[in-house]
Design a protein around this ligand. Structure first.
Ligand code: ASP
Length: 586
């Protein structure tokens, strides 16, 4: 047996016991001829006391940070005045009688103390050392808890865990594929799955009823704080299910995850909001409902206005920024600039000041507004002395989008503040724009079912058609998307025709799915929850790299393994490949 106890588990009730522990030297202090070392393992830190004068312990003199030791001794109470309440093991120490060096360490390239800020590339180059630091230990354990809780929730609801392949033909998620050359069929390629989408639909045709998988998905897109090339999803699909059924099933999984990681902070039920309401109130399809500062409609206030900037505008909306009425001119000019960058024609700002005991709007534009309009602004926005009022006007999309972004800029709390606020956003538009050729663009994927009531408008007014697609949002982050799928051939044919996907292209891209749909496809619907994102938020991290054991940098590289890297000439030859340009070293 290498150890009888784990260092971080020792407490006052172990006093008087003998223990053998193993771990890394986190740090050492030498006092009056005695060495005090903190020994670290996955459970935490324990102080040990070594007297180098004792036989067999002379070796302690050479021991440095990150050496690995096996230590035997007695657990004793720390002497009066040396108890450390900030450490779970702070009441005890281990007085060493024998010590074995299990391995030595060179001085680490950065301090493993969590309080020291270390350059991320250096951390990633030596990720195995970075993983020894407390925040990474905590985050990856949180991740395991989330996976476990979600798995259990799916199992409890009678979902079956099924793996789908990694080497496939392209999937229709709309991103760029990673491809893998085939050796046996030179000149052809597999795609790595952007998601298990088509396979999970085939599982429904195959009669599985309820499928889930903690699936790896790969998309060759530019990386950001909330995006990596490869990411994990809790992927699910259900037959004979409405969108509410799917949302309830997924809701149980994320509520279980919240309860496992941050008990009491999550909801007992996830509220729903239509896409239109989310845009109207929050100016975003991923509303951060942790704070107010909602957008307010001012159309009625300015219905007959003579103020040029608002007259005739399709939308006039405002937000009231509590307590920011005395923001400097620089700050308000910055907001106007930001609004213009976001596409607004301009932004009207007004301070609410106390003039002879009356709340009064002050701004260079106030003289253009009638007294009724001024009173209407104050009343509709509920603005009081000390507040700052921001108003934008123009087309609806831009107006709500700009104010929604300003709302986030001005009010959004850090990710770890304000609890866990999930919301379902439902009834997304089926299409989110048109191509240069005037063809609508699918907002989700081409198998998304339109709202039953809107099917008639598919050809006549496609951009007004709502879909049975839904997103799950947590604290303003999109956690995932899903939809009711089209299982009816007639509807699917109309959608393909609208999207301009020819028969030949349909056959080539998803012929196998369409073939399967000739044999009794059941109605089905599904969803996928992004695990990296949910874990990041629950861990209070703004960047998903902090919750992934071995992530890529922003430029898609791994400084530890040097991926991506060139391959041998013989490998290329075997694959029938020739590299046209020598790789440039980044
Ligand atoms: N395949 C979709 C995605 O990965 C999720 C779904 O529609 O179930 O976003």
């Amino acid at each position: 047996m290498m150890r009888t106890h784990r260092p971080g588990e020792l407490r006052a009730d172990h006093i008087g016991n003998r223990a053998t522990i193993c771990g890394w030297v986190a740090n050492r202090r030498d006092h009056g001829g005695v060495a005090f070392l903190d020994i670290r393992d996955a459970t935490g830190l324990l102080q040990i006391v070594v007297d180098p004068a004792k036989a067999g312990l002379e070796g302690i003199k050479q021991v440095r940070s990150e050496w690995v030791l096996q230590i035997e001794g007695e657990i004793t109470a720390r002497p009066d005045g040396t108890v450390n309440d900030t450490m779970p093991t702070g009441a005890v120490e281990l007085v060493v009688d024998s010590l074995t060096v299990l391995s030595e360490s060179e001085p680490p390239p950065f301090p493993l103390d969590e309080r020291v800020d270390v350059d991320e590339t250096l951390r990633l180059r030596h990720r195995y050392l970075d993983l020894r630091r407390t925040p990474m230990q905590k985050n990856l354990r949180t991740r395991a808890l989330v996976n476990k809780a979600m798995r259990a929730a799916m199992d409890d609801q009678d979902f079956v865990e099924i793996e789908t392949p990694m080497l496939i033909a392209s999937t229709p998620e709309g991103a760029r594929d990673f491809v893998v050359p085939s050796r046996l069929h030179p000149g052809t390629f597999y795609a790595l799955p952007q998601s298990p989408q088509l396979f999970k639909q085939l599982l429904m045709v195959g009669g599985f009823d309820r499928y889930y998988q903690i699936a790896r998905c790969l998309r060759d897109e530019d990386l950001r704080a909330d995006r990596q090339f490869e990411f994990m999803q809790l992927d699910i699909e259900m037959t004979f299910a409405t969108q509410n059924d799917v949302q309830d099933a997924v809701g149980k999984a994320v509520i279980a995850a919240a309860e496992a990681v941050r008990p009491g902070e999550g909801p007992t039920e996830v509220p729903r909001m239509t896409w239109h309401e989310a845009m109207e109130r929050f100016g975003s399809d991923k509303p951060d409902i942790r704070f107010g500062m909602e957008l307010t409609d001012l159309a009625a206030v300015f219905a007959t206005t003579e103020f040029r900037a608002f007259a005739g505008a399709a939308a006039v909306k405002g937000v009231c920024v509590d307590g920011q009425g005395e923001a400097s001119r620089n700050v308000v000019d910055g907001l106007v600039e930001r609004a213009k960058q976001l596409g607004a024609a301009g932004l009207v700002w007004m301070r609410v000041r106390d003039v002879d005991g009356v709340a009064t709007l002050e701004s260079p534009v106030v003289k253009f507004l009638s007294p009724d309009e001024q009173a209407g602004v104050l009343q509709t926005l509920g603005a009081t002395v000390g507040d700052l009022v921001l108003i934008a006007a123009g087309d609806w999309h831009t107006t709500v989008g700009v104010l929604g972004q300003l709302r986030l800029d001005l009010g959004r709390p850090p990710v770890n503040v304000g609890g866990l606020h999930f919301v379902w956003v439902v009834d997304f538009p089926l299409f989110d724009g048109v191509t240069d050729q005037g063809k609508p663009i699918s907002a989700h994927h081409p198998f998304t079912m339109p709202h039953e009531e809107d099917i008639d408008k598919l050809e006549s007014d496609p951009l007004s058609v709502r879909s049975q697609a839904y997103d799950l949002v947590l604290n303003g982050w999109e956690l995932g998307s899903g939809s009711v799928r089209i299982h009816r051939r007639d509807v699917q044919a109309r959608i393909f025709a609208l999207l301009g996907i020819s028969e030949a292209e349909q056959q080539q891209k998803f012929g196998f799915l369409l073939d399967a749909f000739r044999f009794g496809p059941p109605p089905h619907a599904g969803f996928a929850v992004g695990i990296d994102r949910i874990v990041a938020i629950m861990s209070g991290e703004e960047n998903i790299r902090e919750v992934i054991a071995f992530p890529k940098t922003q430029s898609g590289a791994d400084p530890m393994t040097n991926a991506p890297s060139a391959i041998e000439e013989v490998q290329l030859r075997e694959l029938g490949l020739q590299v046209r340009k020598a790789p440039t070293k980044s």
